[in-house]
Design a protein around this ligand. Structure first.
Ligand code: 3UK
Length: 512
């Protein structure tokens, strides 16, 4: 199903120059803080930045360029320019602090930095600690070392550097829910492959689609879902620097958005506000990054009238590899492998298990994990399978059902309990706003189920409330799964990408 890519390919040329050559030059590519850029305008800006990278910064093929900024047209143009100039993009999340930036500068051996002015302070501190301080230019900024000032001196056309399909073009860093950040390397053809998989087979993107969403372009979920996928089909994207559920809903109306791409938490926050907005233009809504609970699926469906398209992706795989088109959805399951990918479930010894047996999810396909000099490569790629760290179960029809992160499985008195299943049960209770379920060490049972619960506004925590929730679980799922311990909180720890940080709560539950 995937096209055979030629041996020499540059993904910026494929995504941008080819589109302009095919007559989409006047079509809108990016809407947002910089107004609306057509494909031709984007191409000219990308070309200017490519000149600056090569001629002003003196970078050479294969050099690494760290990019950072909120989602906007300059951030998008910077990434595309890095590719066009035959360089490697190292995108970093906007909220990273100096210490994390300096780790990435050193790990990825970064040669130059393109950074939004608004994020200058941490960048300067990070560079000061780097082993080999790189050159840096700032965009969306009036100060010295201005990228735009140099762009103004350069022409709006640039002959792309000839790159091999298997040259690295991006080093994506994992969000680091555990341990040291890992850089994952992906090739030009990997970028093309993700554009020709999920958006083509499952989303069925058309040229008149308009995308919007929350994940940062620095996160491969956002890079694909909010920039590369629309570009592959000549469609448009709305890039938002500032985000809130209300701002996003308003922008859906204003730009007549057709495809919304975000994580379950954000869908949960948007659902109750949707009634105040005209969402009539929406055609698809995509959820990834975290398991989509039945509760969230249902609330969002009621709010938008659309079936939610769930998909599991990973930085190691570059993008989504299991999902289901909106007419193939089996609520509760993530879906089936995207055409081009195969998946199976492995036991602890690495043997394939059949339907109905939970085990480790393993996947193979056009993309895969290549850690940048990290011994954890041997744990992620085993016998050619990418083992994602998730516990899944397959059914008799080949649908894959998420159970938990393998680390989040709770083993209590010999029972295997998936934390997210208990969370899902608690979410059904009308007084629960949010919750996280983890293992708590226990003398007698090894581990017990412990729930951290955020109650809805106006509901007071109490011992009675805890008892009510325990009884509620016992009545709705297998009683042995009920949370023996419950602690009430006002908020739960999350990553910048909206993922629940259960490991932090697990450490707390262990009394650390
Ligand atoms: C979890 C999911 C259940 C899962 C990502 C789409 O999330 C992305 O990448 P990360 O490297 O994390 C990967 C891990 O996140 N996960 C993601 N999606 C789902 N769990 N259901 C889902 N739908 O544990 C996975 O191993 O941050 C998502 C596209 C690109 C991405 N990088």
């Amino acid at each position: 199903t995937l096209p055979a890519y030629p041996a020499r390919i540059n993904c910026a040329v494929e995504l941008l120059d080819t589109m302009v050559a095919a007559g989409r030059g006047d079509a809108p590519a990016i809407h947002g803080a910089h107004g609306s850029w057509s494909y031709a305008m984007l191409q000219a800006q990308v070309s200017r930045i490519a000149h600056v990278l090569r001629e002003d910064l003196g970078l050479r093929t294969g050099n690494r360029v760290l990019v950072r900024g909120a989602n906007n047209a300059m951030m998008a143009a910077s990434i595309l320019a890095i590719w066009k100039a035959g360089l490697i993009a190292v995108p970093t999340m906007p909220l990273l602090r100096a210490k994390e930036l300096h780790t990435i500068l050193d790990l990825a051996e970064v040669n130059a930095v393109l950074c939004a002015g608004a994020l200058k302070q941490e960048m300067v501190l990070g560079i000061a600690q780097a082993a080999r301080p790189p050159a840096v230019l700032y965009f969306d900024d009036d100060g010295p070392a201005s990228l735009e000032a140099l762009m103004a001196t350069r022409p709006g056309n640039y002959t792309a550097v000839d790159t091999a399909a298997e040259d690295v073009c991006i080093i994506g860093f994992t969000s680091g829910t555990t341990g040291r950040p890992k850089g994952t390397m992906h090739f030009h053809r990997d970028v093309m492959a993700i554009c020709d998989c999920f958006p083509r087979s499952t989303l069925k993107v058309q040229a008149d689609d308009v995308f919007i969403g929350t994940p940062p372009l620095a996160f491969t979920f956002g890079l694909g879902g909010l920039l590369l996928f629309p570009m592959r089909f000549g469609a448009a994207t709305v890039l938002m620097e500032k985000l809130s559920p209300d701002l996003l809903l308003k922008a859906i109306t204003d730009y007549r958005v057709t495809i919304c791409v975000t994580a379950p938490t954000f869908y949960r926050q948007m659902a109750p506000l949707a009634v105040n907005h005209d969402l009539g233009s929406l055609r698809k809504s995509v959820s990834a990054g975290e398991a989509l609970s039945l509760e969230t699926r249902q609330r969002s469906q009621e709010a938008t009238g659309l079936a939610m398209i769930d998909g599991i992706g990973a930085t190691e795989m570059l993008h989504i590899f299991i999902s289901a088109a909106d007419d193939q959805i089996r609520p509760g399951a993530t879906g089936k492998p995207i055409p081009g990918y195969t998946a199976c479930v492995l036991d602890a010894a690495g043997r394939q298990v059949g339907p109905g047996v939970p085990g480790r999810l393993a996947v193979k396909g056009p993309t895969g994990c290549r850690y940048l000099a990290d011994p954890r490569q041997r744990e992620y790629v085993v016998n050619g399978w990418n083992v994602t760290g998730d516990t899944y179960e397959m059914d008799h029809d080949g649908y894959f059902w998420y159970r938990a992160r393998t680390d989040d499985m709770i083993i209590s008195a010999g029972y295997n309990i998936a934390g997210p299943e208990v969370e899902e049960g608690l979410m059904q209770h009308p007084d629960v706003a949010e919750c996280a379920v983890v293992a708590c060490p226990d003398e007698e049972r090894g581990q017990v189920v412990m729930a951290y619960v955020v109650l809805k506004q106006g509901i007071a925590p109490s011992a009675e409330m805890a008892k009510t929730l325990q009884d509620f679980i016992k009545q709705n799922i297998a009683p042995y799964k009920y949370p023996r311990k419950i602690e009430f909180r006002t908020r739960l720890p999350r990553t910048e990408t909206g993922k629940l940080q259960r490991f932090k709560l697990r450490l707390e539950a262990q009394g650390q």
